[in-house]
Design a protein. Structure first.
Lengths: 329, 329
């Protein structure tokens, strides 16, 4: 029986030597990993930047996610924040802290996930640098950059009364996947278990799609630039659920957002509550031909907060966190 | 007795509301915290970027470092990587993962450390965004940006035979501080203890300076640009000790580096081994008037590796990690 190499066993330098060749190269990298810092092209004279941590326990479980899925999700969730500004993702920084007894294969798999996610979601984007540390808690801190190509960033505060409210990407699917994992992907004691999660995924095509959306989401990254080019007046990445994130646009813009129940399917309240789709929610002037995969789901109205078919959801006792627990998800 | 507010008790939104006003503003921030991503000016059309994690245990101890010192050190160590490229630090991103029972005062103190470090070391640099998460292990992931103002980055590979080797900042002082903490800053069981560390600091002015250099280093940030303007041929931030980091320049440049023992004080081998000074090591063409606080400590020679007064330190059994354990430091 061969014992796999561990991070602590072969050390940082040897581990990095095995990871580097797997990482995607960035077209924008003028000086890549290996010096004190990287140098990245910012042809626009500005750059868009966002950072997000993913922590084992609250954000992912090794029993449920493959290393590749961990890397993929860390890339995808940061890329979607860049897209939500109307920018083209250009580069990523990846800082990873892992227990010393982690197999090097875990880190190689995570690197593969970054490479595959960039190839699928944001071709030309790659990893320009990072950091590797030892920690008791597996932690990824990813920073993503984007270029605006001369356009204004699409912020949250530009929605105006009369605008179309539109979404590109799934709604509530990732949250459904998380519920399936917590109900079917656990052992008798309720602890996450790989075999149970694999079985849960095989129950139906919908269940497989939902679990995949949770573990390795594919947000519509290129629709961020498409929305900007189509004149989007506001945009946000749907990380905490349609209701909460729409309320952020409503609050920043000083308007209300009225969702059309018919556009939200059979169970609109569940769709409104589910987080982690990383879809793009945007507003457009009336008459705009919606770009890419955007579809209309509501309208910007006078007032405040969010509504469903004209009825305010504020103060109704309806809880946007229903079915969604960010602390365990 | 009042119970202090905790991160888990008041939640992310209320915690951020208390942190934001304490953070330094960046002159380069075109769109600061509060949207999906920030927008930062890159007047040069490129940006320098580096990231480093600091993890409780291997990188700092709450028993030894005040919250302000934790934030200060996280800022300083990243700023010095930007400086080592010859760039002016423009902005920081700060991602923090902390246990849910952390007092909010811990995070406020860390924010104060970022503000004071930027004011002291890199005026105009500030925090443009970040992330706050819950983790069992207190973890900071900091990303720092810099602007080159049209100059080429100063990389590790440009040292040429005959160049002056010079340093700006302390040598071995931070490692001496760490040794003092491990010898005198512990309780009877050898565990880090605040009262013991405070006593150790009072032993002498030197000991106080050494412990301060370890817990809240003040690297010569502005000397990075000064070195670039003076034509530095290579430069590196001294994070792992003079010997190891000089060997990186030697290896990247295909040269040897010969240190003058007289320039390294009474105990040159200890000075060569000590890490975490975050001073700047650079090479300059002969005849250069050394800028800022740079002082000559050696010469670039034909060959490879590092030497002391002409004697190679390679293969002598001398261990550059002597007196320095990155895993416990």
């Amino acid at each position: 029986m061969t014992v796999p190499d561990t991070l602590g066993g072969i050390g940082e330098v040897a581990t990095l030597a095995r990871i580097f060749p797997r990482l995607p190269r960035a077209d924008a990298a003028l000086l890549g990993p290996g010096d004190d810092a990287a140098v990245v092209a910012a042809p626009d004279g500005r750059f868009v930047v966002t950072t997000d941590m993913m922590i084992h326990g609250p954000d992912f479980r090794l029993a449920w996610s493959s290393p590749l899925q961990i890397g993929w999700k860390a890339a995808a969730t940061n890329l979607s924040d860049v897209a939500a500004m109307g920018a083209t993702p250009s580069a990523l920084l990846v800082a990873i802290a892992a227990p010393a007894d982690s197999p090097v294969g875990l880190l190689e798999g995570i690197a593969d996930g970054f490479r595959e996610a960039c190839a699928a979601l944001a071709p030309g984007c790659g990893v320009v640098g990072g950091d590797l540390s030892v920690s008791a808690t597996l932690t990824l801190a990813v920073t993503a950059f984007g270029d605006l190509d001369g356009r204004a960033p699409v912020v949250r505060s530009g929605a105006r009364v009369g605008d179309i409210v539109a979404v590109s990407g799934t709604l509530g699917l990732a949250a459904a996947g998380l519920r399936l994992l917590f109900s079917g992907g656990v052992d008798a004691a309720g602890e996450p278990e790989r075999a149970a999660a694999t079985s849960a995924r095989l129950a139906s095509e919908h269940d497989a799609a939902a679990i995949d959306a949770q573990l390795a989401p594919s947000p519509p990254i290129s629709d961020g630039v498409a929305a900007s080019l189509a004149g989007a007046t506001s945009m946000i990445d749907l990380s905490d659920g349609l209701a909460l994130d729409a309320r952020r646009i409503a609050g920043a813009s000083g308007v209300g957002i009225d969702f059309h129940g018919a556009a939200l399917g059979d169970d609109p309240l569940t769709v409104l509550g589910g987080g982690e789709d990383h879809s793009l929610l945007a507003t457009f002037r009336t008459g705009t031909v919606l770009p890419g995969a955007f579809r209309p789901i509501g309208a910007v109205v006078a007032g405040e907060g969010i509504l469903l078919d004209g009825q305010s959801l504020e103060g109704t006792g309806w809880d946007p966190y229903r079915g969604w627990d960010g602390n365990v998800g």
